[in-house]
Design a protein around this ligand. Structure first.
Ligand SMILES: *Cc1c(COP(=O)(O)O)cnc(C)c1O
Length: 363
């Protein structure tokens, strides 16, 4: 019996990828917005149902580039219950992260606690659609309008999620997606910024290409964050299968729910009716269950099944940030990080394996 990892990349048939990259040996056009990049950008703009999109070499640099494009200053409100990327991007952009706690229902930002954190230095809110759970976009919009703040969503987990049939990238001023190998849709490494104001297009492109707007003009202080043609080719192959893969993920999650719902001490997050999920992660909170989260994790490991304590640690507690900001306690995030386990979830995980995983948890 082989190991079950918490996730596994979706890969297209080998021959399809080889076919897709063949013409690169003739064109020798390997990067800098080649034809595959342009084609993938069009596909993704359609798929994500967003007004504008720019592709990047990974989600993290997409996020940093978005923060630069909006010219943010001072403080940015986010949550500690996220990938290290979110906080690294804020700090590397010369901004100060201010940590808001999460809510107990779906672990996204607690919108009731945002306003008390706003100061004269606040320039933006950076909420995270954690696990693909949709933030309270309405409430966040109201707060942002009232205080004239930008809203940039970290949608690293939210590829393909819709709310009332609207792509999740339509909310806020911009959203950032990740196409890392471990995500629902991958370009090996990759990412995108979707955004509402078409005027941002030039700065996003320039900032991701060493500040250049053409071969002789440098208008921005930017980095190199371009997606290359091999990444785009992987995306063009994977996009053909993404709906099938999401459907498989859905069946896996439904199977987990059959086994784990209504068990005392096990808490699952229900999906709101208006949301179509892409089933990025399956988090389970163990509290008051006959076994602790750590005991469940240990037992799964003994059976060579790798679930993940995702997250801790909270991103505001990393030693690298000592001295960068004051740590404000976020008790709900702390509590969830101590009781949560995300279970294996990828499109090739068999339903029999899900049964086996649940049996180990429940026995
Ligand atoms: C994956 C992820 C990122 C970073 O994206 P990369 O493509 O890995 O650089 C940022 N935020 C969240 C929430 C993520 O899940």
């Amino acid at each position: 019996m082989c190991d079950i990892q918490v996730t596994q990349p979706s890969m297209p048939p080998f021959d399809e990828y080889v076919e897709m990259i063949k013409d690169l040996w003739d064109s020798k056009n390997l990067t800098n917005r080649g034809s595959k990049h342009e084609e993938l950008e069009d596909w993704l703009n359609l798929y994500l149902d967003t007004p504008n999109i720019e592709l990047f070499t990974n989600g993290h640099l997409a996020l940093e580039t978005a923060l630069s494009a909006f010219g943010l200053t001072g403080e940015v409100i986010t949550t500690p219950f996220t990938s290290p990327s979110t906080v690294q991007a804020i700090i590397r952009s010369g901004l100060l992260p201010v940590f808001c706690d999460i809510n107990e229902e779906d672990y996204t930002i607690d919108v009731g606690k945002i306003e008390e954190l706003i100061t004269e230095h606040t320039s933006a809110i950076l909420p995270v659609h954690i696990y693909g759970h949709v933030c309270d976009v309405q409430a966040i919009e109201e707060i942002a309008q009232k205080h004239r703040l930008k809203v940039i969503y970290d949608g690293g987990h939210a590829f393909g999620v819709t709310v009332d049939d609207q792509g999740i990238g339509n909310f806020g001023d911009a959203s950032v997606f990740s196409f890392h190998a471990a995500k629902v849709f991958n370009t090996i490494e990759g990412g995108a910024v979707t955004y509402n104001d078409p005027d941002l297009s030039e700065s996003l492109k320039g900032l991701g290409n060493l500040g250049q707007t053409d071969s002789e003009t440098v208008e921005y202080i930017g980095g190199n964050a371009k997606m290359n043609e091999f990444q785009a080719a992987m995306g063009l192959c994977n996009i053909r299968y993404v709906d099938d893969n999401i459907e498989k993920r859905k069946q896996i999650v439904e199977r987990y729910i059959v086994h784990l719902k209504d068990i005392e001490g096990i808490k699952l997050v229900p999906e709101p009716k208006e949301v179509k999920s892409s089933y990025a992660h399956f988090p389970v909170v163990f509290d008051g269950y006959k076994k602790t989260r750590d005991e469940v994790d240990q037992e799964l490991r003994r059976n060579r099944i790798m679930a993940r304590k995702y997250f801790p640690p909270l991103t505001n507690k990393f030693p690298a940030y000592n001295g960068h900001f004051e740590i404000v306690e976020t008790p709900v995030a702390e509590y969830i990080s101590q009781h949560n386990l995300t279970l294996p979830l990828y499109s090739d995980l068999s339903l029999e394996d899900v049964d086996r995983i649940c049996k180990i948890i429940l026995n």
